[in-house]
Design a protein around this ligand. Structure first.
Ligand code: SF4
Ligand code: FES
Length: 261
């Protein structure tokens, strides 16, 4: 019996159907993958902040903007389609991405030289990767609280970029729902699952995956400050385009400690 799916001509047609081009490079993909999934699997870096492999796509930061067949969309949520012509490293897409980053920086209080996450922060590292050297929009200086109620963590809302990685980690991986985002637009804010609104009154623990995923310095483990000196942190050692996925402070520190020993 002839298996129609095994003929050479059909196989090559199927291979053609399962690839798109990214800046002219052929990127194969499996059914159900997004442009981001396929690009990362092929070793091509597309800047991203709210994306993490193994997590449900979120599409909130827009740093992964690409142009696909002439239309701008987020690579982490757009399905890979056969024959799609995707542009990521063009001058105009770069300018869009830079503007998104410049907005993220002014929406919070990101004081990199004074932040414990400096050198291990994905926002800072992506900004360096994209060549962001100066501010562009007026700084908003929002008044945001710092929650120091938890014995093991500090939750600093000043640095939160509302990527919802902690929300997804707690909900989908820890099965706890410690975090959520409340409000809309510029009034959005991270909230925790306690009537008091304090992290210390939740079940959040250092064992949680949600304790490992913050890409910036918003969820900080106590008693580890500057254990890894500036200059020896994850993105001090290699740019994010090579280091890859979302950094975590704890992972970065542990890696650096390993390198030291
Ligand atoms: S605390 Fe960190 S992981 Fe959670 S939403 Fe804010 S930036 Fe993202
Ligand atoms: S990484 Fe795609 S929108 Fe954030």
């Amino acid at each position: 019996m002839t298996d129609a799916h095994s003929t050479p001509s059909t196989d090559s047609a199927s291979a053609e159907r399962s690839a798109f081009t990214l800046d002219g490079r052929c990127i194969p993909f499996a059914p159900g993958e997004t442009i981001m999934d396929a690009a990362l699997a092929a070793g091509v870096y597309i800047p991203h902040l709210c994306h993490k492999p193994g997590y449900a796509p979120h599409g909130s930061c827009r740093v992964c903007v690409v142009r696909a067949d002439g239309r701008e969309l987020s690579a982490c949520t757009a399905p890979a389609l056969a024959g799609l012509k995707v542009e990521s490293e063009t001058e105009d897409i770069h300018a869009l991405r830079l503007a998104v980053l410049q907005m993220l920086f002014v929406e919070g209080n990101h004081v990199c030289p004074a932040c414990e996450a400096s050198g291990a922060c994905a926002l800072q590292a992506v900004a360096y990767h994209c060549g962001m050297l100066t501010p562009r929009f007026p700084q908003r200086f929002p008044q945001r609280a710092l929650d120091a109620s938890h014995p093991d963590f500090i939750l600093d809302h000043n640095r939160c970029i509302l990527c919802e990685l902690c929300v997804r980690a707690s909900r989908d991986h820890d099965r706890k729902r410690v975090f959520a985002v409340s409000g809309r637009g510029i009034a959005s804010r991270l909230i925790v699952d306690a009537p008091s609104g304090r992290l210390g009154d939740t079940s959040f623990s250092s064992e949680d995956e949600a304790a490992q995923v913050c890409p910036v310095g918003a969820i900080l483990l106590r008693r580890r400050a500057f254990r890894v000196p500036i200059g020896k942190r994850r993105y001090d050692l290699a740019p994010i385009s090579r280091t890859g996925d979302v950094a975590t402070q704890l992972q970065a520190e542990l890696e650096a400690e390993t390198l030291d020993t």
